[in-house]
Design a protein around this ligand. Structure first.
Ligand SMILES: CC(C)(COP(=O)(O)OP(=O)(O)OC[C@H]1O[C@@H](n2cnc3c(N)ncnc32)[C@H](O)[C@@H]1OP(=O)(O)O)[C@@H](O)C(=O)NCCC(=O)NCCS
Length: 172
């Protein structure tokens, strides 16, 4: 994402234990901060999110080819030492030909199951709608219960499944 920072997309998310985190678009000059999120995520979570692709290599590749129209929301948490940590990212990647986009998300393991993933995805969907996207896709492993719960809650529709991966679609 380049150009002006869209401050209107910022919001707060409250976790089930009462802590508040800020959810906001990632600035185009902040990509390196995602490395810390990936370094502090378990291999299992990274595998679910990136498959066999190396997360840091993916990050380097995305930095060079960021196009307008894509969005990355991050969740930022002020830790006990007063330092801001990125604890989740949630993306849509727009297909410029069709106006649809694929979504992906990662919440740091020590912040999972606290409703953050649902809140970030809800915000992403809201922004996608306001930006004129007409359809979102999510590819979800059939064993990924937390992500399946999220796509169901956000009322994505099942399209088809193959090799243990289901494709879901949300028309906006
Ligand atoms: C998927 C992910 C983003 C969800 O984020 P999260 O903040 O933990 O999600 P939430 O807390 O909003 O919701 C998780 C849901 O899964 C449920 N859940 C979690 N673990 C579960 C389990 N083992 N069995 C059944 N349900 C489970 C939770 O109860 C919750 O559902 P509910 O609110 O209906 O009870 C997070 O787990 C993650 O980053 N995983 C690794 C990367 C990944 O899988 N990305 C998605 C690739 S498409």
């Amino acid at each position: 994402m380049g150009g002006m920072y869209p401050a209107e997309f910022e919001c707060e998310a409250r976790l089930i234990d009462g802590r508040c985190v800020q959810v906001r678009p990632l600035n185009f000059d902040e990509y390196d901060r995602l490395e810390d999120l990936y370094n502090r995520s378990t291999e299992e979570s990274l595998r679910k999110r990136f498959g066999w692709t190396d997360a840091r290599a993916w990050l380097r590749s995305i930095k060079g080819c960021v196009t307008t129209g894509n969005l990355c929301l991050v969740a930022e948490y002020l830790n006990a030492q007063g330092k801001l940590e990125i604890i989740g990212d949630c993306w849509y990647f727009k297909d410029l030909n069709t106006g649809s986009a694929e979504v992906s998300i990662l919440v740091r393991d020590d912040f999972q199951n606290m409703t953050l993933g649902t809140q970030m995805m809800r915000k992403l969907v809201e922004i996608a709608k306001s930006e004129g996207l007409y359809r979102l896709f999510a590819l979800v492993n059939v064993n990924n219960t937390p992500m399946l719960r999220i796509v169901q809650r956000l009322e994505f529709n099942f399209v088809h499944g193959a090799d243990g991966v289901n494709l879901y679609r949300l028309d906006l």
